[in-house]
Design a protein around this ligand. Structure first.
Ligand code: ATP
Ligand code: MG
Length: 731
């Protein structure tokens, strides 16, 4: 026990050993919030105040949940099964699987990830013959999710004009479609769980009696519905005369400066509400940072100071200043990626472990170039979130077959594979099928029997395939079921002849591996006493796992890898070395931020999260040009670079011949414009050439007498020009 508490400072110790009461710990990055939360769980259990099954802990990512489990396993000699630790989505999934009947769902209910949800909405609009220019599917999806996240069903949604009233109607239709098909989207997982707890008193009492302590990490990012769900589970009531003996104590930790999900409905106001509604006597603050060296922390503090309306706190560290923050400017995104990967190779040579190096970016699309360079140099890496294994086309196809075996009414799965690989079922036949299904109010699968003609025959053949697969695989273990599906659906054959097929075949094989290790893990965590058996069997659990889990498959399982992720996904994590890439206006801060109230402040909090992930070494990189969505963009450095104290930074060679321009002028109010490509010229600059006229510099190479630039002269074409002879002048 004393071991457990030995490595805590006084305020941390006070927080960990609070008597059973509601509490909020408000503290800056790296001050030990997650450590306090984990240690409190261990302390509560080891002092006999609660058994493992009385604990519910919520974190934000699957990765964080796994890490917490690992830390607990290290702290506690006892078995921690029966504890509920996971993300909001993961826990709600667990709850709904156990009580699917009460929730009005089939045992086999499937989870729609956001791509599935979007395609389900598109299908709905098409069926209803709705103009998708007037009602763009993505916008409708946001509309629906925003309502769900506030706990509002279509029936209660307010329609203040005819446009909104139409959208509410579409929301209702979407609810019906999901119900008919037996699928739930991410927001639905939460809303369903909430509603079920609310209306089913015995169930509510059961859980309120079971969970004694509810611990919430990253509390600043909970939305209204999540907060309401927590309150319900905790047995909170506003009626003062009711002193609920049942019900849990809420222990929340958070940092207002790291609130980065306002766009998804997170409410920083939840912190104030928690204080008020639970009558918290005081808020515990932690201010010593144990993660980062001084320079990194100073940079983070300086940056976040620019935000208004903070709850306010200042972080300090006993660690020394450490190294300066390295800033690198590249000509192109490819050059940026090369620099990053070369630096990584250097760090690895110096003995840093790959796990301890993180490559962060603002948008998922940025990962491809980085991945490409890592791959080229043979550096094992792993992408968290975003480009997920389970999002890949071939995997989604295979899973769609699997889903149809589990639930024939899953129209999303049906539409995906009825003609994949192609079986001569044309768009027209599918439309006819959709109309029939619509008319008789059944799933596509059931409507198939009534489809006549040649199309009817082809679809009937598909149905037979599924039926045969289902009966043949009924008693097989899951990995074999998947193997059979890949074979008999024709997927393997299809990718065998495809030119990009090799990769895809490997991924399909990897899916069989995924099922094997999934079953293995399941065996390692048998059900604990008090756990309600999840219905639906391994197939349903595996499919749920596939929807929830961000795949991590680039590097072999267990192999050490450099970590790639968006800044959002990096929340709560820490690494010895961190690269924040793509620090350019429009990219980070993201251009969308300009259109939203407090958008820039949210981006700054995101940058604060990114900076505070680093322990020892921090790199900030940006490029003058970047290919984004198939187009070259000319970029200015991020305004966030300007907000960092110049004495903390060291500009490393930006690959430019003109070193004068590469040095940041201390007096300038702004970061200097993208520095010279050569001889004072910059990428993106307009130049005049005596013969070709006016053009724009798009790239450059070499230096001194060797220096050449590539100029786009529009109608005059693209030309490489040796600077020494070309006599370009700014235009
Ligand atoms: P974030 O806001 O980024 O989620 P956090 O407040 O949750 O950060 P932790 O991840 O818990 O911070 O802690 C940051 C690092 O400091 C961890 O490596 C943790 O083990 C270490 N740490 C925390 N408290 C102490 C302590 N008292 N002594 C030594 N190390 C500590
Ligand atoms: Mg944390």
């Amino acid at each position: 026990m004393s071991d457990l508490l030995a490595h805590l400072n006084p305020p941390q110790l006070a927080a960990v050993t609070l008597p059973p009461q509601h509490a909020l710990i408000l503290a800056g990055a790296g001050s030990g919030k997650t450590r306090v939360l984990t240690t409190r769980i261990a302390w509560l259990i080891s002092t006999g105040q609660v058994g493992p099954s009385g604990i519910l802990a919520v974190t934000f990512t699957n990765k964080a949940a796994k890490e917490m489990q690992a830390r607990l396993a290290a702290l506690l000699p006892i078995n921690t099964r029966g504890m509920w630790i996971g993300t909001f989505h993961g826990l709600c999934n667990r709850f709904l699987r156990a009580h699917h009947r009460e929730a009005g769902l089939s045992a086999q209910f499937q989870i729609l990830d956001s791509a599935d949800q979007l395609s389900a909405i598109k299908r709905l609009l098409k069926n209803l013959d709705i103009d998708d220019e007037k009602y763009p599917p993505r916008e409708l999806m946001h509309f629906i999710n925003a309502h769900k996240e506030q706990g509002i069903r279509a029936a209660q949604a307010e329609a203040y004009d005819s446009f909104t009233s139409r959208r509410v109607e579409l929301y209702r239709e979407y609810e019906r479609q999901c119900q008919r098909e037996g699928v739930v989207d991410f927001a639905e997982l939460l809303l369903r769980s909430y509603e079920l707890l609310q209306r089913n008193e015995p169930l509510r009492q059961h859980y309120q009696a079971r969970f004694r302590h509810i611990l919430v990490d990253e509390f600043q990012d909970t939305n209204r519905l999540q907060y309401a769900w927590l309150k319900l589970l905790a047995g909170h009531t506003t009626d003062r005369s009711v002193v609920s003996e049942a019900g849990a104590r809420i222990f929340a930790v958070g940092d207002d400066d790291q609130s980065i999900y306002a766009f998804r409905g997170a409410e920083i106001g939840n912190m104030r509400d928690l204080q008020r509604e639970f009558e918290l006597p005081n808020v515990i603050r932690l201010e010593q940072n144990y993660r980062s060296h001084g320079n990194i922390l100073d940079a983070a503090n300086a940056l976040i100071k620019q935000n208004r309306g903070r709850l306010g706190k200042n972080l300090w560290t006993e660690a020394g200043a450490g190294e300066p923050i390295r800033v690198f400017e590249a000509f192109t995104d490819i050059a940026e990626a090369r620099f990053v990967v070369e630096e990584i190779s250097e760090l690895l040579r110096e003995g840093m472990s790959r796990q301890q190096i993180a490559l962060l970016y603002r948008s998922n699309a940025q990962s491809r170039v980085l991945e490409h360079e890592l791959f080229r140099l043979g550096v094992p890496y792993r992408v968290h979130g975003g480009l997920r294994f389970f999002d890949r086309q071939e995997i989604k196809h295979a899973l769609a077959y699997l889903r149809l075996l589990a639930n024939p009414d899953d129209d999303t799965a049906f539409s995906r594979v009825v003609n994949f690989p192609t079986r001569g079922i044309g768009l027209r036949s599918i439309e006819a099928l959709q109309e029939t299904a619509q008319r008789v109010n059944s799933s596509l699968y059931n409507a198939a029997a009534s489809l006549a003609g040649k199309a009817g025959a082809s679809v009937a053949k598909f149905i037979r395939l599924i039926e045969t697969l289902r009966s043949e695989t009924r008693d097989l273990p899951l990995p074999e079921v998947i193997d059979r599906i890949i074979e008999e659906s024709g997927l393997r054959q299809h990718y065998l002849v495809d030119k990009e097929g090799q990769d895809r075949l490997e991924n399909l094989d990897e899916l069989i591996n995924a099922a094997t290790s999934f079953l293995q893990e399941d065996e390692d965590h048998p059900l604990a006493e008090g756990d309600i058996v999840s219905a639906g069997g391994p197939l349903a659990s595996f499919l749920a796992h596939a929807s929830l889990e961000a795949g991590e498959h680039q590097a072999g399982e267990g192999q050490e890898a450099v970590q790639l992720m968006t800044v959002h996904a990096a929340k709560g994590l820490e690494f010895d070395a961190v690269f924040i890439t793509g620090l350019e206006q429009g990219l980070f801060p993201h251009e969308n931020a300009a259109q939203e109230r407090d958008g820039l402040e949210e981006e700054r909090r995101l940058m604060y999260v990114a900076v505070t992930r680093a322990r020892q070494r921090l790199y900030l990189t940006h490029a003058q040009t970047r290919m984004l969505h198939g187009q070259t963009r000319y970029c200015l450095p991020s305004s966030f670079l300007d907000e960092l104290p110049v004495e903390l930074l060291r500009k490393v060679n930006g690959g430019t011949a003109n070193t004068a321009a590469a040095t940041r002028p201390a007096s300038a109010g702004g970061w200097q414009q993208a520095p010279a490509a050569n001889n004072g010229l910059r990428i993106g600059q307009n130049v005049r050439h005596a013969r070709f006229g006016v053009g724009v510099i798009v790239s450059s190479e070499g230096a001194g007498a060797e220096a050449r630039v590539q100029v786009n002269f529009g109608a005059g074409g693209m030309k490489w020009l040796a600077l020494e002879y070309a006599r370009l002048t700014p235009a």
